[in-house]
Design a protein around this ligand. Sequence first.
Ligand code: ATP
Ligand code: MG
Length: 217
Amino acid sequence: MAGFDGITLALSKGRIFEETLPLLAAAGITPTDDPDKSRKLIIDTNRADVRLLVVRASDTPTYVQYGAADLGIAGKDVLIEHGGADLYQPLDLNIARCRMCVATRQGFDYAAAVRRGARIRVATKYIDIAREHFAGKGMHVDLIKLYGSMELAPLVGLADAIVDLVSSGGTLRANNLVEVEEICDISSRLIVNQAALKMKHALLQPVIEAFAGAVKP
Ligand code: ATP
Ligand code: MG
């Protein structure tokens, strides 16, 4: 696309970029810019046939789905919400690890609300994951879509609970919230455009294999 016939990899800056660097190194790829310092959205590498696209984390599957990128690195959270249609997902890269969980204000009796079959309000960026989780428990919930800082919602009465990603739990603690249920483990996956996998197989296969060999257990 756009006159580039090498490999285009889409990823987000921040933790995914940082944790992908060792995997890229294993494939002999070194970016020539740091997206956390540079404002460039297309980053060249030491290899003339490999470039990186810096995208919003939740946009990564979209770039790969439409073939604007051949490969991408995206959190399982993002892939579940996106639907993952048509994307080949060959590898769990085991990076950007965290867990999806339900959290409430300290003192909110979640167990009792569940037992009573109470209707609760849940704020989240992850509407599909939350809907499926509470449906599986037979709970009636009103879902409120937020785009960030979910921790605020229970503190100001916008919601009884949130569904959000947690790693250390530091943000929950700092806001007097407690994790009351784990929904699933999250890590980032390699995603591949199906057509590119066929058309650019000779270029892509060694990169996929190098990534596979560099994944840490
Ligand atoms: P934005 O920050 O642009 O709103 P985002 O929060 O989805 O978007 P990141 O914070 O870079 O973007 O997170 C990217 C991915 O890293 C997430 O999709 C998730 O898979 C994972 N992730 C999110 N929070 C954590 C965390 N606290 N620890 C480890 N991995 C995380
Ligand atoms: Mg974030």
